[in-house]
Design a protein around this ligand. Structure first.
Ligand SMILES: [Cu+2]
Length: 471
């Protein structure tokens, strides 16, 4: 959790409210020095050392952008630029982001803060920043062409507005959006309430991340930006399992998890071992009378959700997208279904031709997670992760909520694997088993068929092209 933070050192006052317009050379010399992050680790929460107090969030595999107070205004400096993002150990992607990482840093402010964000464009094309969910003057909304001129390469613009409403927000370009978001340009924004708020509870842990997706061919590093649906990397904050850090909390903690979806499809996010309520969206806090318990909540495209629960059960609890294809990494989609196919004869013939031919998927796909398959350089395995009991066989949008009695308050370090109390783990049954009747009897229905089938026919279905397109 060591961060290499170059704290703000820029000096000099910037006077007057600059509209979303190009900053002059003179003003540029007075900009806050941009803070760059070189690591993809989850950084410790940034406790505010100026401005109004608040309880900071923790960005999963990310960080919060430091600011400078300038005559009562909170000043931030975002730099849009190409970055190299480690999406998982051994796999780096060439993305676009902000201040050294994709997503960019989380911005945290307090309700009522006057905020000034400088945006420098070091991309090869123009950009802009839209402040998703904020209530602000129209000219600060960041839609290039509509509310401002695009920020050309090499230029710096400034946005300035009052963070009027507390809540869970994000930022992203509103210029060449398809390409720029497919390349990873996005970041989280949290506006904390000013003092007590009737609909916003105080929590002990507050995690944030964005749901994003990439299409990067195995062995390459740059996303294919024309992909509309067939992404092969489903990520949280541009990290894929097992590269996503665990969410480490103390038993009894009130926990908030905030997320926003900038992919091209919805993600039903599922938490094991607990139930939660959705306490807010990017539209604001949800009235208490409109909250109900859930264990899965769908985050649709362009939506943000904040979940809250009391972490009252110790253990290592999975938290993941419930679309099973979103807990897989690249290579998952052009493999035919082979379950039930007997390869033995064909393998004998094939190995005469190709000595190291390998059979995949004859008994399901779990074999793949155990197999040491040769992979091209710079590729994440499709299903992987080694847990205390063996292979976890996951990828993509998957992590673990670790609830521990002994986790100190404010400590986000990984406590290691859960030590289960004796006799509390599912185990193999020993000894003789009773005979179970085989399921040979035909099923029933609402009414009889018109004419009964003469003989039972077993249908073997093999999809012709895998299942590309089902998303
Ligand atoms: Cu999903």
């Amino acid at each position: 959790m060591n961060s290499r933070r170059n704290f703000l050192s820029g000096a000099g006052a910037i006077t007057g409210a600059l509209a979303a317009a190009s900053v002059s050379r003179v003003a540029l010399a007075a900009l806050p020095e941009p803070v760059i992050q070189s690591k993809p680790d989850t950084m410790a929460p940034l406790v505010p050392d100026s401005g109004r107090p608040y309880n900071p969030v923790v960005t999963l595999n990310g960080w919060t952008l430091p600011w400078r107070m300038n005559a009562g205004v909170k000043e931030f400096h975002l730099v849009a630029e190409p970055v190299v993002r480690e999406m998982a150990p051994g796999f780096k992607a060439h993305l676009w982001g902000y201040n050294g990482q994709s997503p960019g840093p989380t911005i945290e402010v307090v309700e009522g803060d006057r905020v000034r964000v400088f945006v420098t464009n070091r991309l090869p094309e123009h950009t802009s920043v839209h402040w998703h969910g904020q209530r602000l003057p129209n000219g600060m909304d960041g839609v290039s062409g509509l509310t401002q001129k695009a920020i050309e390469p090499g230029k710096t613009f400034v946005y300035e507005f009052v963070a009027r409403h507390p809540g869970t927000f994000m930022y992203h370009p509103h210029a060449d959006e398809m390409a720029q978001m497919a390349m990873g340009m996005m970041g989280f924004w949290v506006t904390h309430p000013r003092g007590r708020h009737p609909l916003i509870d105080q929590v002990d842990r507050d995690f944030v991340f964005l749901l994003n997706a990439y299409d990067i061919e195995p062995g390459s590093a740059t996303p294919k930006i024309m992909t509309m649906l067939d992404f092969n990397l489903w990520s949280w904050n541009s990290r894929i399992f097992p590269g996503i850090d665990s969410l480490n909390v103390r038993q009894g903690d009130r926990v908030r998890i905030r997320m926003g979806n900038l992919t091209m499809t919805n993600h039903p996010i599922h938490l094991h071992g607990h139930s939660f309520t959705v306490t807010g969206t990017d539209g604001g806090p949800v009235p208490k009378s409109a909250r109900w318990p859930e264990v899965t909540t769908d985050v649709a495209v362009g939506q943000m959700r904040q979940l809250e629960f009391v972490a009252d059960e110790q253990g290592d609890w999975a938290v993941h997208c419930h679309k099973s294809h979103h807990t897989m990494n690249a290579m998952g989609h052009d493999v035919p279904t082979m379950i039930g196919v007997d390869h033995r004869k064909v393998v004998r013939e094939l190995t005469d031709l190709i000595p190291d031919y390998m059979v995949m998927g004859e008994r399901g796909m779990a074999d793949m997670a155990q197999m040491e398959m040769p992979l091209p350089d710079n590729t994440a395995p499709m299903m992987t992760g080694q847990g205390p009991f063996g292979a976890v066989e996951m990828g993509g949008m998957f992590s673990v909520l670790k609830v521990r009695r002994g986790q100190p308050a404010g400590d986000y370090r990984d406590p290691g694997w859960f030590k289960h109390p004796a006799g509390s783990v599912a185990r193999e049954v020993a000894g003789a088993l009773p005979d179970a009747p085989a399921a040979a009897a035909p099923g029933t229905g609402a009414m009889p068929r018109q004419a009964p089938a003469a003989t039972d026919v077993e249908v073997q279905i093999r999809k012709p092209n895998g299942h590309a397109g089902h998303h």
